[in-house]
Design a protein around this ligand. Structure first.
Ligand code: ADE
Length: 298
């Protein structure tokens, strides 16, 4: 059974949204909820074939009475010209872009010491530069004159992101970009916010991580104060809130949607080691040594 939005039917009637990465996982849930609420949605990603298939599936769920429509547009957000084409094609078709959801992104697991410069750059290019391209183009081509709302989807990286340092760095940068743009574009009536999801389970994320997927998701459960993983629909509702007039006084904010995960334990295990520099000599170190390794007074 599909999730049903908690928001008022028709909330986004006659509005137009661009959702990058809109065909899978969190992006698919966001696009689905926006459509349900009457918004026309342009879903974008690199994979044209998958986008077409998802758009067809989404179209079948739109009631005949709804003004909503879904349009798939293939675009590699790393490429500025492709982003320009995406935005101009949306404006040609719909004449407006009220909302931009920067959800497109990707990463791979690797300790930092094994990342190549190419792998590092690819992740920074997609998650940070791709988001910048989309924000800049939508702003210049439409929102500067008409206002609008931007939501950037980042990640739970508040204690660093050991094992995926590239995406941690990129997402932290987008958190900061969100604040800069919120101030620079306030005078155009553009609100810019971010959402930082905790560990979210989706069918597509499972497939992306291949054979590592099931174990990765299962092992992460105890690290959530909720003792369960989130689902994409728990992110899409927050994105709809931020896009809606209910959030008309919110800009430059990052909403953590992680059930408190960022306040709790990290999954990264540090092995016992003797590599740390010695503490300075003195009475406190002596007392500490005595506490940990009491010298027999006998
Ligand atoms: N999702 C992941 N990588 C992407 C890219 N380069 N362009 C658009 N969507 C993406």
């Amino acid at each position: 059974m599909a999730a049903v939005s908690v928001f008022k039917p028709g909330l986004f009637n006659h509005k137009v949204a661009v959702v990058t990465g809109g065909g899978t996982g969190i992006g698919k849930a966001i696009s689905t909820e926006l459509l349900e609420l009457g918004c026309s949605v342009v879903i974008s990603s690199r994979n044209a074939e998958r986008l077409q298939k998802v758009a067809k599936e989404m179209r079948q769920k739109i009631p005949a009475s709804s003004p909503a429509s879904v349009t798939p547009v293939a675009c590699n957000i790393r490429n500025e010209d492709e982003v320009k084409n995406l935005v101009s094609s949306v404006l040609k078709q719909y004449g407006r872009i009220d909302y931009l959801v920067n959800n497109g992104g990707g990463q791979f697991s690797s300790p930092a010491e094994h990342m190549t410069s190419k792998g590092w750059k690819a992740v920074i290019d997609t998650n940070l530069t791709g988001t910048f391209h989309c924000c800049k183009e939508v702003y210049s081509a439409y929102m500067k004159k008409h206002g609008g709302v931007i939501v950037n989807i980042i990640a739970e990286m508040w204690k660093g992101f050991p094992g995926m340092a590239h995406t941690g760095a990129a997402r932290a940068a987008v958190d900061n970009l969100t604040k800069s743009l919120a101030i620079e574009w306030a005078s155009a009536g553009v609100r810019v916010n971010a959402v930082a999801p905790g560990t979210i389970f989706s069918k597509t994320a499972m497939e992306n991580y291949k054979e590592l997927g099931p174990q990765l998701f299962k092992t992460s459960v105890p690290f959530s104060p909720a003792k369960r993983l989130g689902v994409p629909e728990e992110i899409s509702s927050v994105v709809c809130f931020l896009l809606s007039p209910a959030a008309s006084f919110i800009s430059g904010a990052t909403l953590k949607v992680d059930a408190g995960q960022s306040l709790y334990r990290t999954m990264w295990e540090i092995p016992d080691h003797q590599a740390w520099p010695e503490a300075p000599e003195g009475e406190n170190l002596a007392a500490l040594k005595e506490l940990l390794e009491p010298q027999s007074k006998l």
